[in-house]
Design a protein around this ligand. Structure first.
Ligand code: 6PG
Length: 243
């Protein structure tokens, strides 16, 4: 794993950097694998990134979009991660519809829908049971409780190691989420973290020892690159600790 931590004075600069890293990876991925697979996150931080990507001239027919987690609501619900990304990016440019791979949330059965997305990913990447596909880039946010994707502290989903997709749980509400081993198989995982309220969680995530079940983002240790892009409000706590 190659780990990079970068701090930015503003969210806009953080977003520019994230965009530049993604843009750099598109052509090489297409040249070696024929496509670029990008996993989107929810939350407020990635939205301007999606708006920025909407303004770029990209080889859309070779880019495939997935989601790392989803609230169990319809895409037109204000809480939908899919809905947010569609409005900010995907509806603004002529993506081939078959390149967009939202998590299914319409079945009234989160476990069955998790299994369906698991199967869709296995089909898409042609991996069999027991294997994990390697996405080119997975974007992640982090909550102030150190959760990432829908891997919340002290939940079962955080312990799943034998599936690609699990049913997460936020205060009793089901979510669909990538599992730890699926995230960790990626070529590149990029955390986008902003806001002062993230400082206590970041301190624990970067501490030498702390409980992974309490601070789920600690479990993210991909085989490829790991980027932590932080604004100063969130990240200053790390520089203070180093001094
Ligand atoms: O689903 C949720 O509970 C949240 O949306 C969450 O997963 C989000 O990604 C992080 O809390 C970071 O959010 P911000 O980017 O808005 O800080």
């Amino acid at each position: 794993m190659k780990k990079n931590i970068e701090l930015f004075p503003s969210r806009d600069q953080l977003v520019e950097r994230a965009k530049a890293i993604i843009l750099d990876k598109i052509e090489p991925a297409i040249a070696s694998r024929g496509l670029f697979s990008l996993v989107l996150a929810g939350g407020s931080t990635p939205k301007p990134l999606y708006e920025g990507l909407a303004a770029e001239d990209l080889p859309l027919d070779k880019i495939h979009i997935f989601w790392g987690d989803e609230r169990y609501v319809a895409p037109d619900h204000p809480d939908s991660n899919e809905g947010m990304a569609r409005q900010a990016w995907l509806e603004r440019v002529p993506f081939p519809p078959e390149n967009i791979h939202p998590m299914p949330t319409g079945g009234n059965d989160p476990l069955a829908d998790a299994g369906q997305y698991d199967a869709e990913l296995r089909r898409f990447f042609q991996v069999s049971e027991g294997e994990f596909p390697a996405f080119d880039v997975i974007l992640l946010g982090m909550g102030d409780d150190a959760h990432t994707a829908s891997l919340f502290p002290q939940t079962e989903a955080l312990q799943v190691r034998d599936r690609l997709i699990a049913v997460g749980n936020k205060a009793g509400q089901p979510r669909l989420t990538f599992t730890v081993p699926l995230i960790n198989q990626a070529e590149c995982v990029m955390f986008l973290v902003t806001g002062e309220n993230k400082q206590p969680a970041l301190t624990q995530v970067f501490a030498e020892t702390a409980d992974e079940m309490m601070y789920p983002s600690r479990a993210i240790q991909p085989q490829g690159e790991l980027w932590w892009l932080l604004d100063e409000a969130a990240g200053q706590v790390l520089t203070e600790n180093r001094e």
